[in-house]
Structure formats: structure tokens, C-alpha cells
Design a protein around this ligand. Structure first.
Ligand SMILES: Nc1ncnc2c1ncn2[C@@H]1O[C@H](COP(=O)(O)OP(=O)(O)OP(=O)(O)O)[C@@H](O)[C@H]1O
Length: 280
């Protein structure tokens, strides 16, 4: 398989407003891609289309293939979308855990797309599935929390539970939509390291939308930038320059956007070009 993700001519209009324009994107298997761009540039909308959670415009919506299978074409989802979705893990900014359930049960929910609806509805997980879920929790460093209510964990821990859920799901592609936006710098670092580790050791394809470019530079090898719903950059992370970023973010540019708190105290770390060079 040449592409884990292939997008051709994707168009999306909400009401009278077109928010994605003829978007094309190829992502090689095993890539770790930062999806960047100013607020409203279409990052979340693109990710939701990749996951089959949204459809392009009727007749002119273009085509999305995931893992070599057609996910949607001209605004119509493939009829096997449930099976396709089971290969895609989706990480939300607000974790999307069921707070009243245990951490372990939340991780096991990742299996639902791969089991019969009856067994899933009854929550009948077998020993192997439970062992896999425990292994996923161990992997993200949260095994000791397995039997705690999910709502009692910190935001960063809950996000790592969400990643464990994607691991338990055995997703081949992980789409993470601003997974660190609501986290403190230390929790954000752990979440990004966990995603990078899964990419590196397991070879999973990871696409992560990020507001802070320094995290993109530190953890991703490739960047795709959107501006006004169009692809504006698609290449190695080292290709992002100061001028390009100023142009991309316009008036949004600033310390809070481009740099995590850990760098705010270090003026010498504020130059994106430096960060890019350091990561190269
Ligand atoms: N369900 C919807 N109905 C109408 N407009 C929408 C809908 N979802 C997104 N939009 C619009 O589409 C555009 C792109 O939104 P999107 O959330 O994809 O941007 P984003 O780059 O992810 O922004 P942010 O970084 O702020 O999350 C915005 O103008 C947004 O208002």
C-alpha cells in the first residue's frame, strides 16, 4: 500500500460557506504528520472527513481513501464505513471518555467496532480483550489506574486513556484533533511522547492537529498547513520558516500560539527557525 491516506479534490461547504477547497493529500504509511493552520482554517473539518464522521459536498466532494479502501466519494460514505472506522482511532481534545465507567472499561470500548453488536451491547469482553486493554494501559503508563473511575483522572491522564483506547482498538491510523490544547505543558509532553512512541515503535500512521508549532517541530517529521481551507504547505517539518509561519497565522501569531509555556521563559527558544533547525 503506497498511501495510508489519500484525499483527492475534497470540497466541503457549510450553508453557503465553502470551508475546504479542492483539497488533495497523500500520507505515507507510518508517517507522523502535524496538521497546522490558523483557527478556522479547516483542520478539524478535514480530520472528521478522514474518519468518516463528515461527508464532502454531494457530487463535487471528491474522494477519500483510507488504507487503500474508499471511505467516501462525492459526499457518500462507503457502505462498509463501520469496518473502515475500526482501523481509525480518533482522539478528541476533550478526551470523550465515559466518566462514570472505569478506566479499563473505557479502554475496552475501543473494541466495540471489532465485535458483534450483541456482544458489544452486553459488554461481553473476553479474557484476551481484557488483557489487551491492560497492556494498552501499561503502555501509556496508567496500569495502576485501571479500576478507577475515568472522571477522577487528570486531563492529561484521561487523554492517555483515550490513546490506550485507540491502541486496544488496534487502529492503524490515529487522528488526534488538538489532543494537547487543554493540557498543561508536562501533560502535553507526555501525550505527544506517547503518540510519537506509537508511531515509531508500532509504525502507526499519526495525524495530529496542533496550535503550538513548537510541539509540531519537536514530535513530527512532516507538516501539512491549511489556510482558508486550502493546502498551503505539505513537506518536511524543517521547511517551516519564520516568514512562512507569520504568513500562515497572520494576526494570530504570538507567544501563546507558537510556543508552549515551557519555552516562554526562554527567549532564545522562541525562534521557530531555531526550533526547526534543532529538530532537523
Ligand atoms: N458544523 C458546522 N457548521 C457550520 N460551519 C462549520 C461547522 N464546522 C465547522 N464550521 C466552519 O468551518 C470552518 C473550519 O472550521 P474547523 O473547525 O475545521 O477549523 P479549525 O482549523 O479546526 O479551527 P480551530 O483551530 O479553531 O479548531 C470554520 O469557519 C467553522 O466555523
Amino acid at each position: 500500500m503506497t498511501h495510508a491516506i489519500r484525499v483527492q479534490n475534497l470540497n466541503k461547504t457549510f450553508g453557503t460557506r465553502q470551508v475546504l477547497h479542492d483539497l488533495a493529500l497523500d500520507v505515507a504509511p507510518g508517517s507522523m504528520v502535524a496538521l497546522i493552520g490558523a483557527s478556522g482554517s479547516g483542520k478539524s473539518t478535514l480530520l472528521r472527513h478522514l474518519a468518516g464522521l463528515a461527508t464532502g459536498d454531494r457530487q463535487v466532494g471528491g474522494e477519500i481513501q483510507m488504507l487503500g479502501q474508499q471511505m467516501q466519494k462525492d459526499g457518500v460514505l462507503n457502505r462498509n464505513v463501520r469496518r473502515l472506522r475500526s482501523d481509525i482511532g480518533y482522539i478528541f481534545q476533550q478526551f470523550n471518555l465515559v466518566g462514570r465507567l472505569s478506566v479499563l472499561k473505557n479502554v475496552l470500548l475501543g473494541r466495540l467496532g471489532r465485535m458483534s453488536r450483541v456482544r458489544g451491547a452486553l459488554g461481553m469482553f473476553n479474557k484476551e480483550e481484557v488483557n489487551n486493554a491492560l497492556q494498552a494501559l501499561e503502555r501509556v503508563g496508567l496500569l495502576e489506574y485501571a479500576y478507577r473511575r475515568a472522571s477522577t483522572l487528570s486531563g492529561g491522564q484521561q487523554q492517555r486513556v483515550a490513546i490506550a483506547r485507540a491502541l486496544c482498538q488496534k487502529a492503524e491510523i490515529i487522528l488526534a484533533d488538538e489532543p494537547i490544547a487543554s493540557l498543561d505543558p508536562e501533560s502535553a509532553r507526555k501525550v505527544m511522547e506517547t503518540l510519537a512512541d506509537i508511531n515509531k515503535r508500532d509504525g502507526k500512521t499519526v495525524i495530529v492537529t496542533l496550535h503550538q508549532v513548537d510541539y509540531a517541530v519537536r514530535y513530527c517529521r512532516h507538516a501539512v498547513a491549511l489556510k482558508g481551507g486550502k493546502k498551503y504547505f505539505d513537506g518536511p517539518i524543517g521547511g517551516l520558516s519564520n516568514d512562512f509561519l507569520s504568513d500562515l497565522y497572520g494576526s494570530e501569531i504570538g507567544t501563546a500560539l507558537l510556543f508552549g509555556e515551557q519555552d516562554v521563559k526562554k527567549p532564545e527558544a522562541r525562534d521557530p527557525a531555531r526550533l526547526v533547525l534543532a529538530a532537523a
